[in-house]
Design a protein around this ligand. Structure first.
Ligand code: B3K
Ligand code: ZN
Length: 879
């Protein structure tokens, strides 16, 4: 933690290539809980003719010695401060050996080398390696690592690092050693070591060129039976990357280690991924369908980084989206190819809208390639990841599948083994397809969510239909006035029967397909279609072809029509979301004016038609029934009043539940048959639909329904159904709820990951005593504020998934969060900085709440010893 002085801003425009290169690097770890000695020997050479000092990064290190070419330096021959070690008068080439000591056991920031459940592990991205030794800790310095680990043999029988094991043995004094060599040049952020008492499961994969790769998953013994799904997912990922992108794995061994204390999901260290155990362990009794799918996606994601991130890495941290946006895109495609493509798209867009659009409208809004940062850890965001993935997807939409693949192939051909920039990626896409994509660069430079206003003009005499689009983008901290984007707009036109019309643009000699991607490049632009016999209904932004907010003056009836007929599954779903959002807005208006609530008949009818449509699959229906969240509504209706939003949304859901009760009950009972747990798409879809039907019915709250929910809770044979029932009971005051919560605890108190669900459940209840409970749970014997999963489960869930109580009118929710942020700030700045974000959009709320939120941000800002992580968010929020 850098304290006292204000954190400084780092700018992309100040990037300078390193003055030194490193030919080879030897690391020697003498592992001890409190006193690990690290000896680092590197061959340095100058990259230019300057006589610049060598300035190495290093933090929280105890420096023991520095030698150049075997000669010990005097203290006067170098300078050390809190963040660097500088050495002057160095020759063109030299060997530098540095000995440092660190205290892994007291490292509660979980960055660098630390202990989790008594085992050693590391997290180096982005700048954790500098907490291990003094080094050029930047991604454009790449070298070959050889790592020797020494540790107590009984306590730490397993010793792992990147690459291949070259030597191991006993040292005679109860200690042993292992030497690992990674032949691929890599930056320090991809370094990892693990030492612990771990068991493993082993499997193997034969690559397309016939090489055998040994696959290992390491875990503590009691979880060894829950690794099967992760291993199967890894093999699927390896195969998929060969088939879809022609990319093969390059080492003879691939290891995954599951740890309980981890600041994020997982880390793609070369050949040695470290995973949050939440994203490895699964069994039907302990993991939900969502967990199963998340595990597969993240195992895939980290594996895909081997090419997009590791083989081709980032020049500097501003380029983070080069690897993250691209790798998220790849994991999305992996899931889409293996499961339902439309459902995957819907889920991704739902997440993007709820969280990334909110971030893009916040004081932390930044382009996917930021131009400056104070703390790089703050930029592992929805924008860099998810919007970054949308930007990659737009290349695919513009260039087609083949064109996109050509661009990827050229990118690897040109840049394998290099540290590059997002411009290099754009250039590969453009050059491989011989197109000019220069305007596309704006997606990397401008923040904010573009807004498109669409309108249609039909001329019955000429039989032409003109679509006109206007684009704009609200000001964000880095730019006031935005230049127009190159936006791929995928569209179709529906006739009165709901059929797609053939699309012929003016000037074309015949129609080309029924879905077209228009290149929208100007602030305002029109596209005219000919031979349109009747006034059509436009289906716009099909498959969500760009990360924008598009408006069109649809009537409620037109949306209901699209819900039933659009051939584009995404837009069919989106029509329902638009219809619901329109309804919420109207009801909020009614509430504002003290008018009674009501629901239009076509709205009820539209959802009924969908629910009973035999042609639609269950997973899609479940998505359609999941209406925009309270957070979505809060972002769409400003200034927002979370209490009113909750009331209005509950009114709609309850009304639909009552009106469609018979259909919902039928849908439920048809699917509530006890079968063995399967994780194929159809079974997952069946459970999703059944459980969303149950959550609607739960709003009716009569005895019969409560009994039905209770019954599901007691008889479920898998965690998805158990938790779904418990989530419904969670909002219904009464004995059933209390008994079920107690019962769940009694059943699962030995399983930390399952208990996280139990904490999160209570934190997201709409019942009035929720904050009190959450406060009490902070002192629960199973709660541990040092464990990031627990923090996210209890504190994060309350602040991010319970707007009703987090935004309590008296400000108690905000105060609660502030106290936790200040506590976390003292030992884990990364997690503290994640937790403070729900206060960021204080300007979007009605004046009373807005003032209370701001006051808490000021209170945090005025606290001494603020980490740079928290300080950046708070300072930017208050500007
Ligand atoms: N690259 C890591 C994230 C590192 C976060 C550092 N604060 C995981 C991933 O995106 O795959
Ligand atoms: Zn990643």
């Amino acid at each position: 933690m850098r304290t006292e002085q204000a954190p400084k801003t780092i700018y992309l425009k100040e990037y300078q290539a390193p003055d030194f290169a490193i030919e080879a690097f030897h690391l020697h770890f003498d592992l001890h809980e409190h006193n690990t000695q690290v000896t680092a020997t590197a061959q340095y050479s100058r990259t230019n003719n300057t006589q610049n000092d060598l300035v190495l990064n290093g933090e929280l290190l105890k420096l023991i010695s520095v030698s150049v070419n075997g000669q010990l330096l005097e203290a006067s021959q170098y300078t050390v401060d809190e963040e660097t070690l500088s050495i002057s008068n160095l020759p063109a080439q030299f060997e530098l050996t540095i000995v440092t000591q660190i205290d892994p056991k007291n490292n509660k920031a979980l960055e660098g080398l630390y202990q989790s459940s008594g085992n050693f592990c590391t997290q180096c991205e982005a700048q954790g390696f500098r907490k291990i030794t003094y080094y050029l800790d930047r991604p454009d310095v790449m070298t070959v690592f050889t790592t020797r680990l020494e540790a107590d043999q009984a306590k730490y029988p397993v010793l792992l690092s990147n690459g291949n094991l070259v030597e191991q043995g006993e040292l005679g004094n109860g200690r042993h050693f292992a030497v690992w060599h990674d032949p691929f040049r890599k930056p320090s952020y991809l370094f990892a070591l693990v030492a612990g008492n771990l068991q493993h499961v082993k499997d193997s994969f034969t690559t397309s060129s016939g090489r055998n790769v040994d696959l290992y998953i390491y875990t503590e013994a009691h979880n060894i039976d829950k690794c099967g799904h992760a291993m199967a997912s890894l093999k699927r990922a390896m195969k998929w990357d060969e088939e879809r992108f022609g990319l093969e794995y390059d080492l003879d061994i691939y290891m995954i280690v599951a740890v309980d204390d981890f600041n994020m999901g997982a880390m793609e260290n070369k050949g040695l991924n470290v995973f949050n155990s939440k994203l490895v362990f699964a069994s039907p009794e302990t993991a939900t369908d969502v967990d199963y799918l998340d595990i597969e996606a993240v195992i895939g994601h980290e594996y895909f980084h081997n090419w997009t991130g590791n083989r081709v890495t980032c020049r500097d941290w501003f380029q983070l989206s080069l690897k993250e946006g691209l790798t998220v895109f790849r994991d999305q495609e992996f899931t889409a190819d293996l499961h339902s493509r439309p459902v995957k798209r819907i889920e991704d867009v739902r997440g993007l809208r709820t969280f990334q659009f909110t971030e893009d409208a916040s004081p932390m809004a930044h382009p996917i390639r930021p131009a400056s940062y104070m703390e790089i850890n703050n930029f592992y965001t929805m924008t860099v990841y998810e919007k970054g993935a949308e930007v990659v997807r737009m290349y695919l939409t513009l260039l087609g599948r083949e064109g996109f693949r050509k661009g990827m192939d050229l990118y690897f051909k040109r840049h394998d083994g290099q540290a590059v920039t997002t411009e290099d990626f754009l250039a590969a896409m453009a050059d491989a397809n011989d197109v000019d994509l220069s305007q596309f660069q704006r997606w990397y430079d401008q923040a904010g969510t573009p807004v498109i206003e669409a309108s249609m003009d039909y001329d019955p005499k000429a039989k032409t239909c003109t679509l006109t689009f206007k684009q704009s983008c609200p000001p964000t901290p880095e730019t006031e006035h935005k230049q127009p984007y190159l936006i791929p707009l995928e569209i179709g036109l529906l006739d009165s029967q709901g059929r797609d019309l053939p699309l012929q643009l003016v000037g074309e000699d015949k129609a080309v397909g029924t879905t077209r991607v228009l290149r929208f490049t100007e602030a305002e632009q029109s596209f005219t279609f000919v031979n349109i016999a009747e006034k059509p209904l436009p289906s716009l932004l099909r498959n969500f072809s760009a990360p924008v907010k598009l408006s069109y003056p649809y009537s409620g009836e037109e949306l209901a029509f699209l819900m039933q007929h659009d051939s584009d599954a995404f837009n069919r779903w989106d029509a329902g979301q638009r219809l619901a959002m329109q309804t919420f807005k109207e009801l909020l208006e009614a509430k504002h004016h003290g008018l009674p609530f009501g629901l239009e008949h076509y709205m009820v009818h539209a959802f009924q038609t969908l629910l009973i449509d035999p042609a639609l699959d269950d997973a899609f229906k479940a998505e359609a029934l999941a209406l925009p969240s309270e957070t979505d509504i809060a972002e769409a209706v400003r200034p927002s009043d979370p209490q009113a939003i909750h009331e209005v949304r509950e009114f709609v859901l309850t009304h639909l539940a009552k009106a469609l009760r018979l259909d919902l009950e039928q849908v439920y009972s048809e699917r509530n048959t006890l079968t063995s747990y399967e994780i194929d798409s159809q079974s997952v879809g069946r459970r999703s639909l059944k459980n969303i039907a149950l959550s609607y019915l739960g709003r009716i709250q009569d005895e019969g329904i409560v009994a039905l929910v209770d019954e599901q809770y007691r008889h479920a044979n898998n965690m998805t159904d158990t938790l779904a029932a418990l989530s419904v009971l969670n909002h219904i005051e009464g004995e059933e709820r209390e008994l079920a919560i107690e019962d769940f605890y009694a059943r699962w108190k030995q399983n930390n990951l399952v208990l996280d669900k139990w904490f999160a459940l209570q934190a997201t209840s709409s019942l009035p005593d929720t904050l009190k409970r959450v406060e009490a749970l902070l002192n629960h014997e199973k709660f541990d504020i040092r464990n990031p999963n627990k923090v996210r489960a209890l504190i994060g869930a309350f602040a991010m998934r319970n707007p009703l109580h987090f935004h309590a009118f008296d400000g108690t929710g905000y105060e609660f969060l502030t106290r936790r942020v200040l506590e976390l700030n003292t030992f884990n700045p990364q997690i503290a900085s994640r937790m403070v974000r729900p206060l960021m959009n204080w300007r979007h709320y009605e004046p009373v709440r807005s003032g209370l939120m701001r006051a808490q941000l000021e209170r945090i800002q005025n606290t001494p010893n603020l980490s740079s992580d928290v300080s950046e968010i708070v300072t930017k929020s208050l500007v």
